[in-house]
Design a protein around this ligand. Structure first.
Ligand code: PDD
Length: 286
């Protein structure tokens, strides 16, 4: 049984209880982060902590825990649960007032709820999916307008995964005004020759922590990076496609809406970036 963290306490997972009035439960009024663990260490903790602060600020939520405390809790959970490869999930909600109300509660009387738990995923770095590549379908992006805030409103992305599953694919790329925004839980990229193309940052997509690192490694490896809009047709005609996220690192995409991308096999650019990303992330992990 896992040991989880809830509001300052380490508890067995079946003893950690949250109120039915919690605004995370009633209103999806909460933010989250997923930090990967490789060789028992946290990958890009700093990036996730900074994004969390930004998400809290954008929603006028208090900061219930300092960055230093947060690092300690992450490390303690990794230790207590003996995680070598996997993830730490963190969620902060606007807490549990006495009753359901659309108006935000007073933070003085309603403290935030802070939850962290680990997910053990042995073999995450050596995932067979990375050798096989993923199939994606395109779907209409029907999420709200502040996708740059990492909120727990994940119903539409979850529906997107189900649409992909029903179509015999692994994931969905969402499309708005004719252009790809991102995957249901990852950022989307295409490759043409030596150039990597990915949508520019705005409120339309989550500012991926893995994205920052991968674009930096790509530039260091003398690849060109273009941050711009692209369509599903352009992606289908590209040499390669891939996604990035904290839980998948760099994962090749080999098929889009039933059409093979490039050779239909995982591409060399995605493969190389995955290798560099894993190597550098393990080196810098804390
Ligand atoms: N998802 N875009 C969306 C919509 C995401 O949900 C995620 C992450 C990303 C990639 O961000 P990062 O590189 O910081 O993980 C992009 C996490 C992994 C999840 O929901 O499980």
């Amino acid at each position: 049984m896992r040991t989880v963290y809830l509001n300052g306490e380490y508890l067995p997972e079946n003893e950690a209880k949250v109120s039915i009035f919690d605004r995370g439960f009633l209103m999806a009024d909460g933010v989250y982060e997923v930090t990967s663990v490789l060789e028992g260490k946290l990958v890009d903790f700093e990036g996730h902590a900074v994004r969390l602060e930004r998400s809290l600020n954008e929603l006028n939520m208090p900061h219930p825990i300092t960055k230093e405390e947060l690092l300690d809790v992450h490390r303690e959970l990794v230790r207590l649960n003996d995680i070598d490869e996997g993830m730490v999930y963190l969620q902060i909600t606007r807490g549990a007032p006495d009753d359901r109300d659309f108006v935000f509660p007073d933070p003085e009387t309603t403290p935030c709820t802070v939850v962290l738990f680990t997910q053990n995923k042995p073999g995450l770095a050596n995932s067979p999916a990375a050798k096989k590549g993923m199939k994606v379908i395109s779907i209409d992006d029907q999420r709200w307008g502040r996708r740059d805030i990492k909120t727990v409103q994940l119903l539409y992305p979850s529906m997107g995964k189900m649409m992909a599953k029903a179509a015999g694919a692994d994931d969905a790329w969402m499309v708005e005004d004719g252009h790809v925004t991102e995957g249901t839980s990852n950022n989307a990229y295409i490759v043409k020759g030596n150039t990597i193309i990915t949508r520019q940052l705005s409120n339309d997509i989550l500012h991926g922590i893995t994205r920052v690192a991968v674009l930096r490694f790509a530039k260091e490896a003398q690849m060109q990076v273009e941050e711009r809009l692209f369509t599903i047709e352009e992606a289908q005609d590209a040499d390669e496609a891939f996604i990035t996220s904290a839980s998948t690192f760099v994962m090749p995409v080999v098929e889009i809406d039933g059409k093979a991308v490039g050779t239909g096999e995982p591409g060399s650019v995605a493969g190389r970036l995955r290798e560099i990303y894993l190597e550098e992330s393990i080196k810098a992990a804390v």
